[in-house]
Design a protein around this ligand. Structure first.
Ligand code: 13P
Ligand code: SF4
Length: 349
């Protein structure tokens, strides 16, 4: 029960991770230390807090940790920003994460280091296409992944993140509800396989996780027979099927920490290795392959949009008071209802 939607119009303009990294201005260790010092000072002066995703540069993750901010998955980022007493939230991640913070905390100033940092799932599910699709299926409960625009969230009954999606769908299926799921077709298929729910799937995907290859992964698993394979559910279903653990970024980090194995093959953005190594320094982490027979990678296990977040970008938004996230109030109120439903459900678990 699938539908297809065109995504080609934005795909041409996505930068490769290599290009983004290459274009970064190289600075000395001393310059970096000075930048960090200045940012710390401005964070204090402006009562601001840095909220970073696990996929951002380790230097930003370290800065968020050291300054009382948070480094987490998208569910915790949303929660943290709302609960924090800070007046300004700097969201180092991608656009939808900034919008989610603003939806939940309209009274706070929410800024992002780079307004162009987007997400293929968000871009591949425009409100212009999505809203009529929902209108055509009025008998279905609309559940959208957090990786969507505020307008798409506003049309949804529920917003979910990968950390809690399966539980929410299980809950709805038990009540006999039929689901319209968007935008990630792989995550949708995975949830469908676990819950057996009646789900109509939007056909979006993550261009980073799409690059993990099942044939090359099988070869790697054979080479490391004792390794546990950890997979983020945005990966294709053939890769997910080969996993020992499927979960959100936080759930994968917890697996490295708690499982007795010494070696892990990890199919998600490789900047997560920083946190994994921090919580389990004695474990060996191996990147799942993004190349295989005849394949070459553009993202190469690191999201180019996440890579756009830099120390210089953070300093710029603090010094120049720019890159504010705005969400139109009528849209925000509707998006708030579907997002708050997620937080209430998570609190009840
Ligand atoms: P998590 O909620 O698991 O952090 O995922 C967000 C994301 O964008 C993964 O690609
Ligand atoms: Fe979006 Fe994929 Fe990047 Fe996550 S990794 S922000 S899902 S493009």
């Amino acid at each position: 029960m699938n539908n297809t939607h065109s995504t080609a119009h934005w795909e041409q303009s996505v930068p490769s991770t290599l290009d983004v990294e290459h274009n970064k201005i190289a600075i000395s260790d001393e310059q970096q230390a000075q930048l960090i010092l200045r940012i710390k000072q401005l964070l204090k002066e402006q009562n601001a807090v840095l909220v970073a995703h696990y996929y951002t540069d380790p230097i930003l993750q370290q800065l968020a940790d050291e300054t009382g901010g948070c480094v987490s998955d998208s569910l915790e980022m949303a929660r943290f920003g709302k609960q924090s007493p800070a007046e300004k939230i700097i969201v180092a991640g991608v656009r939808f994460m900034g919008e989610t913070a603003k939806i939940l905390s309209p009274e706070k100033t929410v800024v992002v280091p780079e307004l162009e940092a987007n997400c293929s799932l968000d871009l591949g599910c425009s409100p212009e296409e999505f809203i009529p699709f929902c209108d055509a299926h009025p008998d279905r409960t609309v559940v959208v992944y957090a990786n969507t625009s505020a307008q798409v969230k506003a049309r949804a009954d529920w917003v979910v993140t990968s950390g809690i999606a399966t539980k929410v769908i299980e809950h709805l299926a038990k009540r006999g509800e039929k689901i319209l799921w968007a935008p990630d077709r792989h995550l949708g298929k995975y949830i469908q396989s676990v819950t057996n729910a009646d789900m109509l799937l939007w056909q979006g995907s993550c261009i980073v996780h799409d690059e993990f290859k099942a044939d090359a992964l099988l070869a790697l698993k054979n080479k490391y027979p004792d390794a546990l394979t950890l997979v983020h559910p945005e990966s294709s279903y053939t890769v997910v099927e080969m996993a020992d653990v499927v979960g959100s970024t936080t759930q994968l980090i917890n697996a490295v920490k708690t499982m007795p194995n010494k070696t892990f093959i990890v199919a998600t953005d490789n900047r997560i290795f920083y946190k994994m190594q921090q919580v389990a320094p004695d474990k060996q982490l191996i990147e799942a392959p993004t190349g295989g027979v005849g394949a070459s990678c553009t993202m190469c296990a690191h999201c180019s949009w996440m890579a756009m977040n830099t120390l210089q970008g953070i300093l710029k938004v603090l010094e120049q008071n720019i890159n504010h996230i705005h969400v139109e109030e009528a849209t925000r109120l509707k998006a708030y209802a579907s997002t708050q439903r997620l937080l209430d459900f998570a609190a009840s678990q």
